[in-house]
Structure formats: structure tokens, C-alpha cells
Design a binder for this molecule. Structure first.
Ligand code: FAD
Length: 472
């Protein structure tokens, strides 16, 4: 943009959606302020100093995958991509400690790259493996996005065994989508299977940050500074007014009044609902309110445990048949922490029951479960522990959800919507948030008459999957 015609934008909400929108707009020459209610970046994917344990912890372990092209693109823009540790293998452990390594073959083309380790898996019976192979075969072609079927019904219709349901679908897929199989829209489950297991080994590679999440995003604040923008912390937005004459927005925030030409609302759906009554009246507001009302939340809990010794040399593992789903060995993933013993984080997805436990009950249950997988627990001393409950962790993806995910177009002039819950086609993930941010930035640039492309293309399917992709 030329000097003298510089336009300004305010992005409300410094989660992944807001940060990616703000950085893309600053990159396009807009004067950007990223306005955040809290005193740190990251929203639902953040870290903070936990006073109880005096350690900086993530609100929960966040993983990404190679197919998250917009999140990776955002990380590249802010120089954070080097801080992601990638792996192409996953260990499943049964109570009693027997491990199964799932890894992709370097020799077989997609979608066969995962087959050898699936066939060798000790945790699944022959019938389970045949059922899974049948299901994967059926999902080689994309499911119509307007399918109203839920995953549970589809699994039963496609002859999935109890073992395949409990040890694969319930654990891997239901926890990726953070909901029970009976309330997951089939097209979303199919998308996860295709991206993580079929399209290519690169798409299914799993990434984890080697630094606390808010530190990962420090580059976003720096990027904005270098592009004459800034983050305004502790500035919860309470109301917004549109001035027809000046074509500008005026925001009332906890940090004072802010004015800008363009507005991006990058809020979670419940915060957007709270702000709606304090936005100007406009056609379409009640329809947006109706769309928001149909969204629901699902919880995720994490238990953080510090022991006086090493419990396992594994970086991470899927724990089978118990209430704890994932183990992340933070001492291995973040070696700079330099603990004498080890720091493990356990993640429990979509468990209303676990979210209702007290701290003592949750830690006790976690230790008892962990002892069934790792014998070292019996002699280890627990030095400190923390429980983090995120009851509004993700939005649910019931059948028909695409009918009520709004696009970036808002009811107001010069104002666009972002946030993981808007219409990106992705479930509640950082990738969905980054996509929404990029789409919102594209919409602002288009409105300015200076269109730009920010949405990163999807990874192309590899091997035999190229023949089965929708464009072939
Ligand atoms: C426990 C947990 C585990 C998860 N695990 C994963 C995972 O492994 N992988 C993955 O991809 N995703 C995961 N997710 C989901 C992921 O964190 C979210 O999808 C993503 O971070 C959402 O980003 P967002 O920017 O859309 O929203 P948010 O992150 O919610 O950002 C919105 C921001 O707006 C701010 N805000 C709210 N109201 C106002 C206001 N009035 N004024 C100013 N600011 C305001 C909030 O403080 C917040 O910072 C997990 C989420 C949780 C909670």
C-alpha cells in the first residue's frame, strides 16, 4: 500500500486465527493492531507460568500435522517453523506395557505406506486389522460433504469390530476430533483419515513445539512490530461502533478507545455471541446469532506430572483401554527444561467425566493408570503435579455442522469474521484457526481493492492417492 493511503485494521483476539490474520494484513502494508483481552498470545493454544508448580506449562499439549499447511505457513511467516519437532511414528501401549510401533514405510506409495506396521500391530487382532483395512478402503474416495451420517453409525454399518472401534476409532480419530464417535459428522472423520493416514506420509507427520506455546508465538509480536503494527494486551473489547461518514470503526476496550478502517473479529464463538449485542444493528445479525447458538463445546483435560526419575524413554505414546489417552514426555520433547527426573503430560480428550473430577481424584487416577503402562512409576517419587481443565477446548462437529459455520463475511461493513469455528471445512484445530485468519485477511485486502492470496494450498496427495483425489 502507498504512503498517504495507508489503511488501518484492528484484529480482535490474539489466538492463532487473530495472529495469522494480523500478520498477513501487516505483510500487506496495513497498519495493524492486534487487540487481546489477556496479557499473553495464543488463546486456547497458549502457555503460562503455573503458580502451583512454578513452571511454564502449555494449557495443553498441542500437536499439528504435515497437512496443516496454513498453520505451517503462519509459523514460517513469524520464524517459528524451526521450533517444531516432527515425527513419523506413534507408539501404542497396552496396559501391562506391551508396545506397538506404528510408522510409515519409506518404500511403499500412499496409501499403502502405513499398511506394513498396521499388519504387524500386536494391539489389534486379525479381525480388527481386516475391519480397519476395509474401512480405509471405503474412505479412499472422499465422503460427500453433505452426508448427515455420524461416524458411529458408519462404523457399525461397515462392520468394524469392537477392538478396531476401541483401540483405533475411539482413540485416534475421536480424540483428534475431541468427541465421541456417535456425535462426529462422517465427512470430518473421513477427512482426518485421509489426511493423517492415506494421502501421504508427509501429510500424516506429527509436529510438536519444542518451546512453550506462547514463546512459539513471540515471533508474531516481533513481526507486527517490524511492520509498524503492535499487540495491545489487556484490552478486552466491550463494544464497537461504525461511523458511516468517516467509514471507520471505533472500539471501546478495557485499554481505551481504538479507531480503525477495518475490523477482524477473531473470537471463539461464545465470545462473538457476547459481543454481538454491543455491535451496530445490521441485517444478518440475528441470523449470525442463530448460527452461533447451534455450536457446542467439548472439554480436554491435561495432567502435568514431575517425577524424580525417568519414567520412559518414549517421546509420546497412545495409552490403550484406559481413561488417559495420550502421554507426552515433555523432558524429551523440550530438553532445555533440564529437570533431574522427568516431566510427563497426560491428555484426556472429550471426557466430561474426567473434567468433573477434583484435582486430587484426577492426579490419583492418572498415577494409577500410568503405573499399568510404565513399571518405573512404582518406584518413582511424584515431586509436583498440576491439572488443567479446558471445558471449552473445542467446538463439536455434529452432522450438518457445515450448515451453521459462517464464512468470513459479516453483517457489518469493513468487518470480517475469523476463528476456528468459521467455515474452513476443518475441525476445531489450530489449522482451522490459521485458515480462517488467512481467509479473513484475503477478504480485507479484496475489500481494499488490493486482492492477495494468503490461503496456503493443501498438500497434494502422493503415490496412488493422486489417482483418487477429487481433481483427478
Ligand atoms: C486443551 C486443548 C487442546 C487442544 N489440542 C489441540 C491440538 O492438539 N491440535 C490442534 O490443532 N488444536 C488443538 N486445540 C484447538 C486449538 O487450540 C484451537 O482450535 C485454536 O487455538 C483456536 O484458535 P482461535 O484463534 O480460533 O481461537 P482462541 O484461541 O480462542 O483465540 C481467541 C482469542 O480472543 C480473545 N478474546 C476473547 N474475547 C475477547 C474480547 N472481547 N476482546 C479481546 N480479545 C478477546 C481470547 O482471549 C483469545 O486469546 C486444543 C484446544 C484446547 C483448549
Amino acid at each position: 500500500m502507498q504512503n498517504g493511503t495507508e489503511k488501518s485494521a484492528i484484529v480482535i483476539g490474539a489466538g492463532v486465527a487473530g495472529m495469522s490474520a494480523a500478520c498477513a494484513l501487516a505483510d500487506s502494508g496495513l497498519n495493524v493492531r492486534l487487540v487481546e483481552r489477556r496479557s499473553y498470545l495464543g488463546g486456547r493454544a497458549s502457555s503460562y507460568l503455573h503458580p502451583g508448580v512454578n513452571e511454564v506449562i502449555d494449557n495443553c499439549q498441542h500437536v499439528l500435522f504435515g497437512c496443516c499447511t496454513n498453520l505451517i505457513g503462519f509459523y514460517r511467516r513469524i520464524g517459528a517453523d524451526e521450533k517444531i519437532h516432527w515425527t513419523r511414528s506413534m507408539t501404542m501401549i497396552e496396559p501391562g506395557g506391551r508396545p506397538t510401533l506404528l510408522a510409515s514405510s519409506q518404500w511403499l506409495p500412499a496409501p499403502l505406506h502405513g499398511l506394513p506396521s498396521l499388519l504387524r500391530a500386536k494391539t489389534l487382532t486379525r479381525h480388527d486389522k481386516m475391519a480397519l483395512a476395509r474401512a480405509f478402503g471405503a474412505l479412499l474416495r472422499p465422503v460427500p460433504t453433505n452426508s448427515r451420517e455420524n461416524l458411529g453409525d458408519w462404523l457399525r454399518r461397515n462392520g468394524q469390530t469392537q477392538g478396531a472401534i476401541n483401540r483405533f476409532w475411539r482413540l485416534v480419530i475421536a480424540s483428534a476430533l475431541n468427541a465421541d464417535i456417535d456425535v462426529i459428522a462422517l465427512p470430518y472423520a473421513a477427512k482426518v483419515i485421509r489426511e493423517l493416514f492415506l494421502n501421504s506420509a508427509q501429510a500424516g507427520a506429527m509436529g510438536m513445539s519444542s518451546v512453550p506455546l506462547s514463546e512459539l508465538y513471540a515471533g508474531a509480536e516481533e513481526f507486527l512490530k517490524q511492520h509498524r503494527g503492535k499487540v495491545v494486551f489487556n484490552a478486552g473489547v466491550e463494544a464497537a461502533e461504525w461511523d458511516e461518514e468517516t467509514s471507520q470503526w471505533t472500539l471501546a476496550t478495557r485499554a481505551g478507545i481504538l479507531v480503525a478502517d477495518y475490523l477482524v473479529l477473531a473470537l471463539p464463538f461464545e465470545a462473538a455471541a457476547k459481543l454481538l449485542p454491543h455491535m451496530p444493528p445490521a441485517d444478518g445479525v440475528s441470523s449470525l446469532a442463530g448460527q452461533i447458538e447451534r455450536h457446542g463445546h467439548s472439554p480436554i483435560c491435561s495432567v502435568h506430572l514431575w517425577f524424580d526419575r525417568e519414567i520412559t524413554s518414549l517421546e509420546h505414546a497412545v495409552l490403550l483401554d484406559r481413561e488417559i489417552h495420550w502421554m507426552y514426555n515433555k523432558s524429551r520433547l523440550q530438553p532445555w527444561r533440564k529437570t533431574n527426573g522427568s516431566y510427563l503430560e497426560l491428555v484426556i480428550s472429550a471426557s466430561q467425566r474426567f473434567a468433573a473430577l477434583t484435582r486430587e481424584e484426577a492426579i490419583d487416577l492418572s498415577l494409577r493408570a500410568l503405573a499399568e503402562f510404565f513399571p518405573a512409576i512404582a518406584t518413582a517419587k511424584l515431586e509436583k503435579a498440576a491439572l488443567v481443565k479446558e471445558v471449552r477446548a473445542t467446538f463439536t462437529v455434529p452432522p450438518g455442522i457445515d450448515g451453521f459455520r459462517p464464512t468470513s463475511t459479516s453483517p457489518w461493513p469493513n468487518c470480517v469474521l475469523a476463528g476456528d469455528w468459521t467455515a474452513t471445512g476443518w475441525p476445531s484445530t489450530m489449522e482451522s484457526a490459521a485458515r480462517s485468519g488467512h481467509l479473513a485477511a484475503e477478504a480485507v485486502c479484496a475489500a481494499l481493492g488490493a486482492p492477495r492470496k494468503f490461503l496456503n494450498p493443501d498438500l497434494k496427495p502422493r503415490g496412488l492417492m493422486q489417482l483418487l483425489s477429487p481433481s483427478s
